[in-house]
Design a protein around this ligand. Structure first.
Ligand code: DP6
Length: 374
C-alpha cells in the first residue's frame, strides 16, 4: 500500500528537515565514558486511529491522541563503550533479564544508528518497568518506545551539545515512531497529532506534533480503562496494520481518518463535548469494523466489551453526562469523561461496570503532562 498525500517537492522538503535534524548527531561519537539516561514516558489513547502504514513505519493517515498520566514506562539506558566495537544489548524488565524482548529493541536500534552512529558500537543496558501491571492488557509499546527514544536522544544531546527543546522532542518523536508508530505521539503533553495533513501546519508523517490548542474542558479529561480481558492480544498491531494492505475499505478509511483528525483538532480547540463524543465513538467502531472486514477477518471485542458500550450509551442518554468510549486494538474499553463529573461517573462505574471487568480491574487515568526526565 502506498497512499501518498505529498508531492515530490514536499517529500524533498521533508527529507531536508530530517537531514538537518540529525546532522549534528552524525558528528557525535561515544568516547571512553559510560553514560546513562532515565526517562518516564506515558502511554496514549488515540481518538482518531492510526491503522495502516507504508514504507518505514509511515502512517496511512494522520492520527490524534490524548497523552495519559498514570500509565507509563520508566526506562534507564546505559551506554558502555564496547570492547570489541560491536553493539550488544541487554534488556531487563522489572529487574529480570528478558532476551525475548531483544529482537524488537534491536530492530529499533538498527534504524536509530543511521542517525546516531554512536549507537553502532556501544554496549547497551536497558532497565525498564511499567506503572501498570503486565497483565493489564494495556498496549505498552507507545510508552516503552517513547521512553527508550527519549533516553537515546538525551544521550545524543549530551554528545552533540544540542540544546534546542523543540528539536529534542521532535527527534525523540521521530525515533519513537521508528520503534512503534503510536509511540511518536507519547512525547508530548496533553494531546498530539501524528501524520501529514495539508490543513495542519507543521504536521508530518515522520514525527508527531503537540496539539496547539486544547480547550480547558479537555485539559483534565479522565480515562478509566475497563479491563475486560487481560490476555495477550490475539493479533499484534503490526499484523493488523498489514491487513489494511488491499483492504476493500482502505482508501475511503484513510480519507475519512484524515478528515476526522482535522475535525477532532477543531473540536478539541473549541471544547465541543457533544461533537467529541460522537466522533470518538465513531472512530473506535470504525477501527473495529476494519478488523472485522479484513481478510482474514478478526474480532477483538468480547461480549463484555459490547455490553459495556451499550451501558455507556444508555447512561449517557439517561443522565445527559457527556461520557463516551474508545477502544484500542483489544477488548478493553477506555471510558472518557470530563473532570467535573468524575464522582458521578465513578459511582456509576462501581455499580454497573465492575462485574464486567474480571478481578475488578479498572485503571483510573487522566490526561498527563508528557514525559519526565528522572
Ligand atoms: C489501534 O503503534 O502499536 O492503538 O506501529 O506496528 O507498533 P506499530 O503499531 P502500534 O498501533 C497502534 C494502533 C492503535 C491505534 C493508535 O494508537 O493510533
Amino acid at each position: 500500500m502506498k497512499i501518498c498525500y505529498l508531492s515530490e517537492k514536499e517529500m524533498d522538503m521533508k527529507k531536508n528537515v530530517k537531514d538537518a535534524l540529525f546532522l549534528m548527531d552524525r558528528k557525535s561519537h561515544l568516547g571512553n565514558e559510560a553514560m546513562a539516561s532515565t526517562w518516564r514516558s506515558p502511554s496514549n489513547i488515540a481518538l482518531v486511529k492510526y491503522w495502516g502504514k507504508y514504507a518505514v513505519q509511515l502512517p496511512a493517515n494522520p492520527s490524534l491522541s490524548f497523552t495519559l498520566k498514570e500509565s507509563y514506562t520508566e526506562t534507564r539506558i546505559e551506554l558502555i563503550p564496547a570492547a570489541d566495537g560491536k553493539r550488544s544489548i541487554r534488556f531487563f524488565f522489572e529487574g529480570k533479564e528478558k532476551p525475548a524482548f531483544i529482537p524488537k529493541v534491536e530492530a529499533a536500534f538498527r534504524q536509530w544508528e543511521a542517525f546516531l552512529p554512536f549507537l553502532k558500537n556501544a554496549g547497551i543496558r536497558i532497565d525498564s518497568r511499567n506503572s501498570f501491571p503486565h497483565s493489564a492488557g494495556i498496549a505498552s509499546s507507545a510508552s516503552a518506545f517513547s521512553a527508550m527514544a527519549l533516553g537515546v536522544c538525551d544521550l545524543a544531546a549530551r554528545l552533540s551539545g544540542e540544546r534546542d527543546r523543540d528539536v529534542f522532542f521532535r527527534k525523540a518523536s521521530f525515533l519513537a515512531r521508528l520503534g512503534s508508530g503510536s509511540a511518536a505521539r507519547s512525547v508530548y503533553p496533553e494531546a498530539a497529532l501524528w501524520g501529514y495533513s495539508a490543513s495542519i501546519p507543521g504536521s508530518s508523517d515522520e514525527w508527531a506534533i503537540p496539539l496547539e490548542s486544547l480547550h480547558p474542558v479537555f485539559q483534565d479529561f479522565q480515562d478509566s480503562i475497563l479491563i475486560t480481558d487481560a490476555a495477550e492480544k490475539a493479533i499484534s498491531s503490526t499484523a493488523g496494520h498489514g491487513l489494511m494492505e488491499g483492504h476493500p475499505y482502505a482508501a475511503i478509511r484513510f480519507q475519512r481518518a484524515a478528515r476526522h483528525s482535522l475535525i477532532m483538532s477543531e473540536i478539541l480547540a473549541r471544547g465541543d463535548l457533544a461533537a467529541f463524543v460522537e466522533l470518538v465513538e465513531a472512530e473506535a467502531l470504525e477501527l473495529h469494523a476494519l478488523m472485522m472486514s479484513s481478510h482474514p477477518s478478526f474480532m477483538l471485542m468480547r461480549g463484555s466489551t459490547v455490553e459495556i458500550i451499550h451501558k455507556i450509551r444508555h447512561f449517557r442518554e439517561q443522565s445527559g453526562i457527556p461520557l463516551c468510549f474508545t477502544l484500542d486494538a483489544g477488548p478493553n474499553v477506555h471510558l472518557l469523561y470530563p473532570h467535573d463529573v468524575k464522582e458521578k461517573v465513578g459511582d456509576w462505574v462501581r455499580e454497573e461496570l465492575t462485574d464486567l471487568c474480571p478481578q475488578d480491574k479498572i485503571i483510573y487515568d487522566v490526561l498527563g503532562q508528557g514525559p519526565e526526565k528522572r
